[in-house]
Design a protein around this ligand. Structure first.
Ligand code: IDC
Length: 351
């Protein structure tokens, strides 16, 4: 497979240079600065970048407008109700220009102090962050982080209100992915599927072309953490186009049984790993980088896009920054990174 991340970054660079030429001649000099220099503690964007090219689902992967396969790599925020202080201008600049991430997942919990407590406030925060990520030339995943209760139908009316507003405001940008159910759990695939088939048309009414990411049974494990497997979804697929199914794994907990399930599924249905950790499913404990690398190799081989959990300074081992890094940083370089952070930054930079 061609290296799509590198190609995408080239496109973004061209867009930057084009923008610099149009906006101000002074921007040209600024735009030639080396954005990847780890000693650069500001990682400032010289000019606002254009949104990257709109992607669509082609076969089992994502493609750019010319039909070339694209694999995205990036990071998820922690819950915005808890770790907003880790999502500011400097940290977003670091993720875009020092780490070189293609995609940012904005994780908005619904319960646990999230959206349900202040729909207008969270929607407004999401609007602003989508603009911020887009200005940095990246893709954005709007993550409806339902978790407990595990039945997505519990939040269906809220989801309709939220996604109508978000898709109406940002659908024309072309860089927005809608992740409509983070991790359904304790509920059957037929109930989850019914939720998906109700929320998809609501988004499509505002944004006919956006890629929609669909949660799968048992914490988006394709049923592997429960009593089924990927075959349940494969043999009873959601009736819509331009959709992908999500798979989440934590490498120190989820062994070959899960890796093989993802591999089999990815041969038949479009998969997007919207969340994974190099440690245990608690997002904590020791890292298993060997198993993580096997997953990364598989995902590269099959063109599966991925997002790592999480870009915060939570005390757990899976939060990339040392506690106390937010909000002041510095976020560039490796001085404030935990082991998982150093490892994943290097993997994203390789892309
Ligand atoms: C964890 C957070 C933790 C929080 C907990 C419950 O790191 O601070 O208390 O959620 O909200 C997931 C979930 C994700 C979890 C993560 C790690 O999508 O919300 O974050 N995880 O446990 N699925 C598998 C692991």
């Amino acid at each position: 497979m061609t290296p799509p991340s590198r190609r995408r970054r080239l496109l973004a660079l061209l867009a930057t240079l084009a923008a610099a030429l149009i906006i101000t001649p002074l921007g040209i000099a600024a735009a030639s600065a080396d954005d990847n220099d780890a000693s650069d503690t500001t990682a400032e964007a010289p000019v606002a970048q254009a949104a990257p090219p709109a992607l669509h689902v082609c076969g089992t992967t994502l493609c750019d407008p010319s039909g070339n396969e694209v694999q995205l790599r990036g990071m998820s925020t922690h819950g915005l109700q808890w770790y907003s202080q880790c999502v500011n201008d400097a940290s977003l600049d670091a993720l875009a220009y020092d780490w070189g991430a293609d995609v940012v997942r904005l994780s908005m919990y619904i319960q646990e102090g999230g959206y349900e407590t202040d729909p207008a406030g969270f929607t407004s925060r999401m609007h602003n962050l989508i603009e911020e990520v887009t200005e940095r030339g990246q893709y954005v995943i709007v993550d409806w982080h339902m978790l407990s209760p595990g039945d997505p139908n519990y939040n269906l009316e809220r989801a309709k209100t939220f996604f109508t507003e978000i898709a109406a405001a940002h659908g024309d940008k072309g860089n927005v992915f809608y992740e409509v159910a983070n991790e359904p759990n304790g509920v059957s695939w037929s109930s989850i599927k019914s939720y998906h088939e109700q929320i998809i048309p609501v988004i499509r009414a505002q944004d006919p072309d956006g890629v929609i990411l669909l949660g799968t049974p048992d914490w988006s494990s394709l049923g592997l953490s429960g009593s089924t497997n990927e075959q349940e979804v494969i043999s009873n697929q959601v009736n819509a186009s331009n959709i992908m199914y999500t798979f989440h794994f934590y490498a120190a907990s989820h062994d070959d049984y899960y890796l093989n399930g993802l591999s089999r599924a990815a041969d038949q249905i479009p998969m997007f790993v919207t969340e994974f950790g190099t440690q245990q499913y608690t997002g904590d404990g020791p890292n298993d980088f060997a198993m993580s690398q096997r997953y990364l190799d598989l995902m590269e081989d099959k063109g599966i896009s991925w997002v790592n959990w999480n870009y915060s300074d939570d005390h757990r081992s899976g939060a990339v920054f040392d506690t106390g890094t937010c909000p002041g940083g510095p976020f560039t370089g490796t001085s404030n990174l935990k082991d998982a952070g150093e490892w994943i930054r290097a993997r994203i930079q390789e892309g």
